[in-house]
Write a protein that binds this ligand. Structure first.
Ligand SMILES: [Mg+2]
Length: 358
């Protein structure tokens, strides 16, 4: 299932790329037992619709994402065609990320079903960590994923793609030439179909061919991106994991369809916002100290009022009560067009994160 790296490499293999397998289709299958084993295609169902995700059964018919749905219907007339339910996918995604945040808070969420994790702080065998993640997500959510392990993001992503679905793949430093050199140029992250064509036109088909080109030549050809490509194909990628922890604030606001001065209505929104923000803080393992209420009046003037608390909080009740007491300080004689609530001054909560392994 995976190739063993030399043990001295293990400590450097800190970056995981996690990618759920055929995510939208898998969620549909999980939610509807009747779909098990059948070709499931999620996508726009109109004449101009395209395939968003096909499950592995449907891929046997040659169906893939971005294919026009009418072609998919010709190739696979017996397929089950489903309109995307984004709300549901985001819900399942949140559950998955909750599990990931139990492992580490050093997470860069790329999309609903894709993330980079930096597990250097765990001091654990990356294979053990990966197996644990797969096991828990399967047990609690019932879905499979593929995990790539390496020492930078480019290689980790390449690795997760390697043995989809349901795989774990390591790319260690000594494997880089064997893995990278034979690849077609289009599989290098940063080289799209257009760039690939440009390269093919000058006789460059594989990464091996690409290695003959100087950095200057690549920059001339692709601009700044060319420089990145030059280093990537040599296994060098210094991009950091962009954790959301670095976000300065978490908040939400709403513009009313009809202006209001009704305090009870405004309080209802503050309650909803407090619940959302609190959930989001807890999921991201963050606490905040400053709570800010923003109001926009009918004449578009904006007023904000904030309070910094003694303690860092993630509790919805405290956020709500602070929001309401800020509202009490506002002028409510004019009708209000927009209300928003933000928690800032964020810092990571100190939590036992290794509990999963004990
Ligand atoms: Mg995926």
């Amino acid at each position: 299932m995976y190739s063993m790296p030399r043990s001295q490499d293990l400590e450097k293999l800190n970056i995981l790329h996690i990618d759920m397998d055929a995510f939208y289709a898998s969620v549909e299958e999980r939610d509807n037992f009747n779909l098990k084993g059948k070709p499931v295609i999620v996508g726009g169902l109109s004449n101009h619709g395209i395939v968003t995700t096909a499950n592995y059964e449907a891929r046997k018919y040659g169906i893939h994402s971005a294919m026009p749905i009418f072609i998919a219907r010709i190739k696979c007339p017996n397929g089950i065609y489903i309109r995307p339910r984004m709300h549901r996918y985001r819900e399942v995604s949140r559950e998955i990320f909750n599990i990931l945040y139990d492992i580490t808070s050093l997470i860069e969420q790329v999309s609903v079903d894709e993330a980079y994790l930096d597990i250097s702080q765990l001091g654990r065998d990356p294979i053990e960590v990966s197996q644990k993640i797969k096991e828990i997500v399967m047990r609690d959510i019932g879905l499979t994923m593929s995990i790539g392990i390496s020492y930078n993001k480019f290689l980790a992503k390449l690795a997760s793609d390697w043995n989809k679905p349901n795989g774990i793949k390591i790319i260690s430093q000594d494997m880089v030439p064997d893995i990278l050199l034979p690849l077609p140029v289009k599989s290098v992250h940063g080289i799209g179909p257009k760039s690939a064509k440009k390269l093919n036109n000058i006789g460059i088909y594989t990464v091996r061919d690409l290695m003959y080109l100087t950095e200057e030549f690549l920059v001339d050809l692709f601009g700044k991106q060319g420089g990145e490509i030059y280093y990537r194909i040599r296994g060098i990628d210094n991009r950091e994991i962009n954790t959301e922890r670095e976000r300065k604030s978490l908040g939400t606001e709403i513009t009313f369809s009809h202006d209001t001065k009704d305090k009870e209505v405004l309080k209802t929104y503050i309650r909803t916002f407090a619940t959302e923000i609190s959930e989001s803080l807890k999921q991201k393992r963050l606490h905040g100290r400053t709570i800010t209420l923003k109001i926009k009046y009918g004449d578009f003037t904006v007023k904000t009022r904030g309070r910094t608390l003694m303690e860092e909080v993630d509790d919805e009740k405290i956020i709500y009560e602070t929001g309401v007491s800020l509202l009490d300080e506002m002028d409510l004689n004019e009708s209000i067009r927009l209300i928003g609530l933000t928690v800032s001054n964020l810092s990571p909560s100190t939590m036992e994160q290794l509990s999963l392994f004990s």
